[in-house]
Design a protein around this ligand. Structure first.
Ligand code: DAH
Length: 369
């Protein structure tokens, strides 16, 4: 039995010295120390042996077992160290030196190539934070105000039929009122329905009323287009927000109350408003609303051209001809409508002097919002 142990010992030690990998080492462990190994079998079989033999063989077998376990641990460490050195050797030449000239691994004890980052001593790169365009911010702010007053937000097409942009809004073909909107027409063949880029968001009044029955309370933000030379206060593309409320018993008092509240929420609770007559074909009466100048407080300055008032929107009571067009009975239903230029609101709020800044993609401008 003792010879058997000696044989196991010399085989195991011999083989161990030639092992090259952790995998081979594991196979070795199973072979010499595993449940089915000869050594384990011998130790198990001892119980049924006479006492003398149990003592002698038991002591040697246990001694061999701890020798093999110890050798296994040492070999494992040695193989790990060897693998590490090989990885390092493979990384030579890829090592990145920090600006201080000291390889960063020397500072942290970890080769940077293993961390997968170029140089941990460099300051972190700032991640640029995106933000919403000032126009988007203003659309949301104004819509929120009207939503709080009970309005719904809807959107509509930018390429529009003549019918919705003009005709249904009480502006017949060849009527001089069309001159109020310098229009970009879409090429269509003769006899086809005339099509255009909407010049205002008002056509959505018709589209909304066509598919709903009163009460109606909507605001419509969106892009509109004009065939116009651009300057500090004109763009060929800009945003408007349209509003429409139709129900029984709606009066000019509702229009004034709603728009007064809107002006106070957007431009400050101390704002005063002024309504004056104006003409728009789709309302009767039509009004223009102004707020007292927030720069001079009404005494007159450059912003308000010395008048003390700043015009901010057009509005009016929906024209009976418009209501009839969508089969609303004007004897039963009345309503008010309004339309405002969105960039103008931002310009007044933030003191922006040129509308073209909004769409020229200059980050120095956009980052300020
Ligand atoms: N659509 C008009 C424009 O672009 C603005 C406007 C005025 C809209 C009066 C309205 C309104 O709804 O009632 O000039």
């Amino acid at each position: 039995m003792i010879e058997k142990l000696d044989e196991i010992k010399s085989n195991a030690i011999d083989e161990l010295s030639s092992l090259q990998s952790i995998k081979e080492l594991e196979d070795w462990r199973v072979r010499y120390l595993g449940k089915k190994s000869a050594l384990t079998q011998i130790l198990r079989g001892l119980a049924s042996r006479p006492l003398e033999e149990r003592k002698a063989v038991g002591a040697s077998a246990n001694e061999l077992k701890s020798l093999l376990e110890r050798s296994h641990r040492q070999k494992k460490e040695a193989l790990k160290e060897k693998a590490y050195q090989e990885m390092e050797a493979a990384a030579v030449g890829k090592q990145i030196i920090s600006p201080t000239g000291i390889p960063s691994e020397e500072k942290f004890g970890i080769p940077t190539v293993f961390l997968g980052i170029p140089d941990v001593t460099l300051p972190g790169r700032p991640i640029p934070l995106g933000r919403l365009h000032p126009t988007t911010q203003m659309v949301r702010e104004i819509c929120d105000i009207f939503v709080a007053l009970g309005f719904q937000v809807v959107e509509g097409p930018e390429v529009e039929w003549d019918y919705y942009n003009f005709e249904a809004l009480n502006i017949p073909p060849d009527h001089p009122a069309r001159d109020m909107w310098a229009t970009l027409w879409i090429d269509t063949k003769s006899g086809e329905r005339p099509m255009l880029l909407r010049t205002h968001t008002s056509p959505m009044q018709i589209r909304v009323m066509e598919r709903t029955t009163p009460p109606v309370r909507v605001v419509v933000p969106g892009k509109v287009y004009r065939y116009e030379a651009t300057d500090a206060t004109h763009e060929s593309m800009f945003y408007q927000i349209e509003g429409l409320a139709v129900d029984k018993n709606i009066t000019l008092a509702d229009l004034k109350g709603t728009l007064y509240e809107f002006a106070r929420r957007l431009f400050g609770a101390e704002r005063k408003v002024r309504f004056r007559c104006d003409y728009f074909p789709f309302v009767e009466p039509g009004v223009e609303m102004a707020i007292d100048c927030m720069v001079c407080g009404g005494t007159g300055c450059r912003l308000c051209s010395g008048t003390g008032w700043i015009e901010i929107l057009g509005a009016g009571m929906v024209h009976p001809a418009v209501l009839r067009r969508v089969n609303y009975d004007p004897e039963i239903y009345t309503g008010f409508a309004f339309g405002l230029g969105l960039e103008r609101m931002s310009m007044l709020r933030y003191g922006v002097e040129d509308i073209r800044l909004f769409y020229s993609n200059d980050l120095r401008f956009l980052r300020q919002f």
